[in-house]
Design a binder for this molecule. Structure first.
Ligand code: HEM
Length: 526
């Protein structure tokens, strides 16, 4: 099944059933406009630049290259790079896609011309989910984005703030340990448990000091439901993204569905914010003590910078980024790491040995321990080399026409940097498909994005804003899972590492493992 057959399927089965005559009319109009678009881009580009467009596969009228797309885009794009080279173009309906697959091209995009490429072209669903694209991930480079980024880096996701909300993360991780202990000897879906752990830990950090008890569980469950529906919709190929002229018709009803979910999400936020303001008004000690991201944001909103104020909509969009940006990426990384560790008994042994030395078997892992676990850190780095959560980063979009690798990249193109393929390139990495954490022990590679052979969090101005939180959450969860339990596969099952491309990269077949307790004192599981 190709990516586009999904799209045609949803068109014909969507709520907006198109009559065949209307569909024919659209096809005729858009075939003509597609030819006009190709003619104009080629002509204007030949007139203004001696540099050609990058090479690329021939497309068909109207669809461009979309019809031949394979849903596993990360490996499909890597395969095309073998034919067309480290930079090539794809026609995505009426849009131009540029795929970059070498460290030198990535450097030109993310470092040498960082400012030009520091923009985004939000999808219709992404825009609808984030208050019209008012969050960090979709806002284009400029004063608004700088203000949001500053709030995140200096206030919400700084080490000081993350330290101050540690108890809110810890609470969730300890609950998960308790749950796993109750499942000892039975198969557990590790990815699902980690998704819930990270999501609950994140919502705890967002508003965990504001709502308590049953109310928190109820809001958490509703939030989870809305989130998972949003993710489901976000991965559907949307005709409005490939033919912006058609966006206003929302032919598949994707924007309408996302608007509905965003509204539900907004109501949850409003309820929590009201509660928070009520606590503040009452002036009790609870309000003063409840340090969570919401408390930080509301304080910042009042103190804000007058030129680019942080209004309530942007504050909510920021909270949304924390959840969407942080949950799937971190939990998929933990799941892949666990799969690789379970597949490599020597890696499991070394990891547990390190934990025994640093934490001891009569103690539980605390987050501060992670600074003294170099081997586990190397395991996380190696996991992100082989399985980067966002294999194309978040696509970049040049604000003006520019030259990369001697080719013209027109303003407004969608640029996909295939970090997945670069981090598996045999000309860069020895035995690239082997899981070998040792290569990261005492190595120069880190998450700063300064080396274009290894940059799982991106590089330059748009580098992931949540690196510090991701590192804490992934390391702390892995350390806890491996310190508290031994893990084995259910009888007769084999590990499968097939990856599935969606909002990010995840395991196609969920990892199921059977936990056995390692600690003698059962009170350490409470
Ligand atoms: C293992 C976990 C994670 C990985 C691998 C990851 C990776 C990335 C990557 C590759 C980008 C795009 C960089 C680019 O476009 O050049 C990104 C952007 C972003 N990430 Fe993460 N991320 C992770 C966790 C998190 C967490 C925990 C948060 C927040 C709490 C977060 C928030 C964001 C945001 C807001 C952006 C957009 C930044 C911008 O456009 O300025 N991420 N992330």
């Amino acid at each position: 099944m190709t990516l586009f057959s999904d799209l045609l399927h949803s068109l014909s089965h969507g709520n907006h059933q198109l009559s065949s005559s209307l569909l024919t009319l659209f096809i005729v109009i858009f075939t003509l406009s597609w030819y006009a678009w190709i003619y104009n881009t080629n002509k204007s580009h030949k007139r203004t630049s001696p540099h050609p467009l990058p090479p690329g596969p021939r497309g068909v009228p109207l669809f461009g290259n979309l019809l031949s797309f394979n849903p596993e885009l990360h490996s499909y794009f890597a395969g095309l790079a073998q034919i067309y080279g480290p930079i090539y173009k794809l026609r995505l309906g009426n849009k131009l896609g540029i795929v970059v697959t070498s460290p030198s091209m990535a450097r030109q995009v993310l470092k040498d011309q960082d400012v030009t490429f520091a923009n985004r072209d939000p999808t219709e669903a992404g825009r609808a989910a984030t208050y019209g694209g008012s969050d960090i991930a979709w806002t284009s480079y400029g004063p608004e984005w700088r203000m949001l980024r500053k709030v995140c880096v200096l206030k919400l996701l700084s080490n000081t703030t993350l330290d101050s909300v540690y108890t809110l993360r810890r609470k969730q991780v300890r609950e998960t340990v308790g749950y796993l202990y109750s499942q000892v000897g039975s198969p557990v879906n590790i990815g699902e448990q980690m998704f819930l752990t990270v999501l609950n830990a994140t919502t705890n950090m967002l508003w965990g000091g504001t709502v308590e008890g049953e109310e928190r569980s109820r809001l958490g469950a509703e939030f989870r439901e809305v989130m998972s529906k949003m993710m489901e919709i976000s991965v559907k190929p949307n005709i409005s993204d490939f033919y912006p002229g058609l966006a206003r018709f929302d032919l598949q009803g994707i924007k309408r569905q996302m608007d509905g979910l965003a509204q539900r999400f907004d109501q949850i936020f409003d309820a929590i914010i009201d509660q928070r303001l009520k606590i503040d008004e009452e002036g009790g000690s609870k309000g003063k003590d409840s340090k969570d991201f919401l408390a930080f944001l509301l304080k910042l909103k009042d103190e804000g910078d007058s030129k680019t104020p942080l209004n309530m909509t942007k504050a909510k969009a920021l909270l949304m980024d924390m959840v969407v940006g942080g949950t799937d990426t971190s939990s998929n990384t933990i799941e892949f790491a666990m799969a690789e560790i379970m597949n490599n008994p020597e890696v499991m042994r070394k990891t547990q040995q390190e934990l025994e030395t640093v934490v001891g078997k009569d103690n539980i892992v605390e987050e501060f321990h992670i600074h003294n676990l170099p081997y586990l850190r190397a395991v996380m780095k190696e996991t992100l080399r082989l399985h980067p959560a966002l294999p194309f980063l978040v696509p970049h979009c040049p604000s003006e026409t520019c030259i990369v690798g001697g080719y013209t990249i027109p303003k407004g193109s969608q640029v996909f940097v295939n970090v997945w393929a670069i981090q598996r390139d045999p000309s860069i990495w020895k035995n690239p498909l082997n899981f070998d954490p040792e290569r990261f022990l005492n190595s120069k590679w880190d998450y700063s994005g300064s080396d274009f052979n290894y940059f799982p969090f991106g590089s330059g101005r748009r580098i992931c804003v949540g690196v510090a939180m991701a590192e804490r959450m992934v390391m702390y969860s892995l350390a806890t899972l491996l310190h508290s339990f031994d893990w084995k596969l259910p009888q007769g099952e084999e590990l499968d590492f097939t990856e599935k491309f969606g909002i990010g990269l995840k395991k196609k077949i969920p990892l199921v493992g059977i936990p056995t307790p390692r600690l003698i004192d059962i009170s350490l599981y409470e």
